[in-house]
Design a protein around this ligand. Structure first.
Ligand code: ADP
Ligand code: MG
Length: 698
């Protein structure tokens, strides 16, 4: 039955101190000053902050808030917060609710246990949070949440928002220079826009609670394939089960109240897998909102007796979960720069941005690759359910033709438009509704790029920092060349042709899942393939990359090194937890179950033997189980040994190699034996819920 009396337009953003609320609650002059700060045109002054803080507090208290928190995105984990109440004693045993401008714009959480990769010596453990007025404050759980950036006493970023904002500034600055060359004098800034499509699994909490692997690592470390998987492809876009539908409805309501523009929801490829996608926003808001979305997904699931799994590969043998990062850049007056235009001049501008992106992706494929590298995502990339670990660009047939014709100096006859490509006239073409290609890591989809290699649990700030920075870098190079040109048209033409020639190796419109592509990419085209996180992450601090980041002031050299350490350390810790959990479950749950089963089989065998009956079935089961059980037992020992070894290596780079090459490999080999045992041992003996329970009983 349709639900009545629910007005989305009224609910949307009702818990957000957004522009409309600011306008209504703030004195005109203050509102104006604040908007200037939000648009990056002026610094936020303390007097303005005082007025804003007071209005924000009144609004929040009216809505039931008792506390406020400076909310930030640490380098590991989802988000961090420390709550302070608004109370202020007045001396007669009573309190009033107070919130100052200072408290709004700056916080000082005791942050000594957040990872800093060695930036903060313990004697200077203080970290500061600073209000990011470009992301609205909101109310959740009777608390006013203030989105903030987090940095150290000496100004180094300790979070993901600070470099994201820096990278947005960098791409804005360079894109504006290009726009001016094309005669645009009105745009004040260029905004990176992002829409993140979020995949996830829902399982019943009663099963989740019985699996240590899910509780500790977010994924199943054991599990034989059920009789039915995703082979019938009957789940994708299928009718949504009632329980899941109820969950999705609740989730939407919660997200809408928080101003998250949740738009689409559907079932995904694997059983129990779903997706939710928002309408795109500025990269900064999109990142904050995606973090909130993930948090809400987990929270609302629990209220429905479900658990939302955001791990990249919760189940072996069926698809894992990714997160498509749709990315574009647009002017502050709403012109999407990746939208092919109507006039030749507009198209020349579009082509300039497009070619810059092609060059950026080719030159910095290593950075794009490592920006999505996590222990969880290693299970997906290159495994025929997600793009390979080689980065390439899909442009679609029509656009590729245009690019090729530009280089060849020929005319293109398209299905729809005639392209006349000469020196002085750049091609004219209309928006291409690109053919679908689901196997490319980086696909042009008509007016935006879709970066498809992200894992589902990733904070999208990382890849967007990289995208903004590498594109800014090439735009800067283009602007430097073109600003000094005597004949703009011909200089542009030459620049585009030369750049395409040098970088077209990164364009690939074929099937990215085909193994022949990886061979061609690496052997013929010379594109890098960084297979695992252990291969990819160390490149973060390569000299070329340090230069790039420092040049655009995204990261200082110290920040790059500290981040590389944190990422690798996090990878190592994840594998370590998985290894310990694997060994423990195998030893304390699986082996005892196997032994109990074996004992019963042997007793049955002896009984039959004593009765003078045949016992070949029991004998063959007992033999098989016994041999697998001894193999399992040996593998537990091996895994424990290599885990101790890896844990003992103090250098994170070296340790990551050991975790990848030895610990992870050892876990996989142990799992293979355990999964085979699961297919033999009687169902009632098996110590925890099976894939069938987890995937189909919801
Ligand atoms: P598709 O069907 O090609 O995946 P959708 O319209 O479903 O395209 O969009 C997918 C995601 O891309 C959505 O989150 C959408 O808001 C986002 N998106 C659309 N346009 C842009 C843009 N200009 N910049 C960033 N994201 C965008
Ligand atoms: Mg998509």
């Amino acid at each position: 039955m349709a639900e009545k009396n629910y007005d989305v337009t009224e609910v949307f953003g009702s818990d957000v101190f957004n522009e409309a609320v600011m306008k209504a609650k703030l004195p005109k002059a203050t509102f104006k000053e604040l908007m200037k700060a939000i648009n990056g045109e002026a610094e936020l002054t303390l007097p303005v902050a005082e007025v804003v803080a007071s209005a924000m507090k009144d609004w929040a208290v009216e809505k039931g808030a008792t506390h406020y928190t400076h909310w930030f995105q640490p380098m590991t984990g989802i988000t961090a917060e420390k709550h302070d109440s608004f109370i202020s004693p007045v001396g007669d045993g009573t309190v009033i609710m107070e919130f100052s401008g200072k408290e709004l714009i700056k916080g000082e959480p005791d942050a000594s246990s957040f990872p800093s990769g060695g930036i903060r010596a313990t004697f200077e453990a203080r970290g500061y949070t600073a209000w990011d007025p470009t992301s609205y404050a909101f109310i959740k759980d009777n608390t006013l949440y203030i989105p903030t950036a987090f940095f150290s006493y000496s100004g180094e970023a300790l979070d993901k928002k600070t470099p994201l904002l820096r990278s947005m500034d960098a791409v804005s600055k360079q894109a504006l220079r290009i726009l001016r060359l094309f005669g645009n004098q009105t745009a004040k800034k260029v905004v990176a826009t992002v829409g993140a499509e979020q995949e996830y699994f829902l399982i019943d909490k009663k099963y989740y609670d019985k699996r240590k692997d899910l509780i500790f690592t977010g994924r199943t470390l054991f599990g034989a394939a059920p009789a039915k998987g995703q082979e019938l492809e009957d789940h994708y876009f299928g009718a949504i089960k009632q329980r899941v539908s109820d969950y999705m409805k609740d989730l939407d309501k919660r997200l809408w109240a928080l101003g998250v523009p949740s738009k689409t929801k559907h079932n995904e490829v694997a059983p129990a897998q779903h997706e939710c996608a928002p309408i795109f926003e500025s990269a900064n808001l999109a990142a904050d909102h995606n973090q909130l979305t993930m948090e809400m997904m987990k929270k609302v699931a629990l209220e429905h007796g479900l658990v939302c799994l955001l791990h990249e590969k919760p189940f072996a043998g069926i698809n894992g979960s990714g997160k498509h990062d749709n990315w574009a850049i647009s002017t502050d007056d709403g012109q999407n720069l990746l939208n092919p235009g109507k006039s030749p001049m507009e198209n020349a501008q579009f082509l300039t941005f497009l070619v810059a992106i092609i060059k950026a992706v080719d030159e910095h494929a290593d950075l794009l690759r490592l920006s999505v590298a996590t222990a969880g995502n290693d299970h997906r990339l290159g495994a025929n359910e997600a793009p390979p670990a080689v980065i390439s660009i899909f442009l679609g047939e029509e656009l590729t033709e245009v690019i090729e014709a530009l280089v060849a100096g020929t005319t293109v006859e398209s299905k729809r438009t005639k392209f006349d490509i000469g020196i002085s006239v750049l091609p004219k073409f209309t928006k291409d509704t690109t053919d679908r290609n689901r196997t490319s890591p980086f696909a042009f989809t008509g007016n935006k790029f879709e970066f498809r290699s992200l894992g589902s649990s990733l904070n999208i700030s990382g890849p967007n920092i990289i995208l903004n920075t590498i594109v800014a870098d090439v735009l800067e190079e283009f602007a430097d060349k073109l600003e000094g040109a005597e004949d703009f048209q011909s200089a542009l033409h030459d620049l585009l042709v030369q750049t395409i020639k040098e970088h077209k190796r990164v364009i690939f419109n074929g099937n990215g899942y085909d193994s022949s592509w990886v061979k061609e990419a690496t052997e013929v085209r010379g594109l890098p393939e960084l297979k695992s996180s252990a291969d990819a992450l160390p490149h973060f601090c390569d000299e070329k990359n340090v230069k790039l980041f420092t040049k655009h002031k995204i990261f200082s050299e110290v920040e790059v090194h500290s981040r590389t350490e944190i990422l690798l350390d996090n990878y190592n810790k994840n594998i370590n937890i998985e290894a310990l959990t694997t060994a423990e479950m195998a030893k304390k749950e699986i082996l005892p179950a196997v032994i109990a089963y074996e004992k019963d089989i042997c007793e049955a065998l002896v009984a039959k033997k004593n009765a003078g009956l045949g016992y070949s079935v029991e004998q063959s089961i007992a033999d098989k189980v016994d041999s697998l059980a001894s193999s399992l037992s040996a593998k537990i020992g091996e895994l424990e040994n290599v885990t101790v070894k890896a844990h003992g290596i103090s250098d994170v780079f070296e340790a990551s190699r050991c975790y990848h090459d030895e610990v992870f490999a050892s876990m996989q080999s142990l799992r293979a034996v355990a999964d085979e045992l699961e297919t033999i041992v009687g169902a009632k003996y098996w110590p925890f819920p099976t894939y069938e329970d987890l995937l189909f009983d919801i």
